[in-house]
Write a protein that binds this ligand. Sequence first.
Ligand SMILES: *Cc1c(COP(=O)(O)O)cnc(C)c1O
Length: 366
Amino acid sequence: MSRVFNFSAGPSCLPEEVLKECAAEMLDYQGSGQSVMEMSHRSSVFKPIIEHAEAQVRKLMKVPENYKILFLQGGGSTQFAMVAENLGIKTGKAAYIETGVWAKKAAAEAKALGVQVDVIASSADKNYSYIPRVEKITGDYDYAYICFNNTIMGTHYEYIPDTGNIPLVADISSCVLSEELDVSKFGLLFAGAQKNLAPAGVTLVIIREDLITDTPRAGTPTMLTYKTHADKESMYNTPPCYTIYVLGKVLDWIERNGGVQGIHARNVEKAELLYNYLDTTPYYHATAEKGSRSLMNVPFLTKETDPEKAKEINNTFVKEAAAAGLVNLAGHRLVGGMRASIYNAMTIDGVKALIAFMEKFAKEHF
Ligand SMILES: *Cc1c(COP(=O)(O)O)cnc(C)c1O
């Protein structure tokens, strides 16, 4: 068996130890004679699995008592609507900071649902290559919304805007558990699992209890009401059982590796290796500005400036990298070039192998 180094932006690599544990338990989970895929979500075997996942989220993220942890479906994208439907209910106004595709989609969804969206800052002027500095947000907003790590642009907030009494909502899909985060600064956090938590299929939502309303905007479906799920401990309907089981294992793996602090230190080491290389080599450069750079997603361009030639060299890079066992390095079309996603499960060896390949490729092609 040979495994590749997988730099996919999502779904992305999972810790090998976790995959092995899942494989070992596939046919017979702890003497139950069934796989976790097959068992009833109401069974006494499954109950401890979901309780464990929730307890581990609470412990590792230091989630305060007055927050609910929910395991939902529909991915990060469904949260764009749920946030608006459930939080945009007093003045019907919300502040959004526009930092790229995901923040824009969230704002567009809120607008489509009738929320008055104020885009209070944007980095569109420089193709979203930085995070605007908004120290303080004031106004009669029901909530303020940010995308904390911009997966496509490779940018990340190095500060948390002060919103006073306005609940701050953050999409942490691509940076959850990559660094320590003070949950109490937020009203609501959400993350689709397939970047840093588990296979696709579950969305983690952490919501302050006072924001769980039984009067969402008119017409909100039952399934898109947080209260539905909060009242039933994420078991109103069938939850994504297997994904929650893997999530529990990924959280155990994080705990074994020094908790969030330990994982963060390793993430810093990986990102520094790659950015240091990009900042010093004449052949490549990072697209995200210093001071706004993501630890998780690193888009980069080659020195080739002619658009047609650049396209060609990028294609060759991606193809030759894949042949060398470094896969999913194609950049997003909005940024071009390449993108290396180096989530929690990416090893330091993987990043070193990428840098060695980049150097070799440059010698051969530039
Ligand atoms: C991937 C991603 C999404 C979309 O997630 P889905 O689960 O595919 O809906 C939203 N926000 C961010 C920051 C992402 O990286």
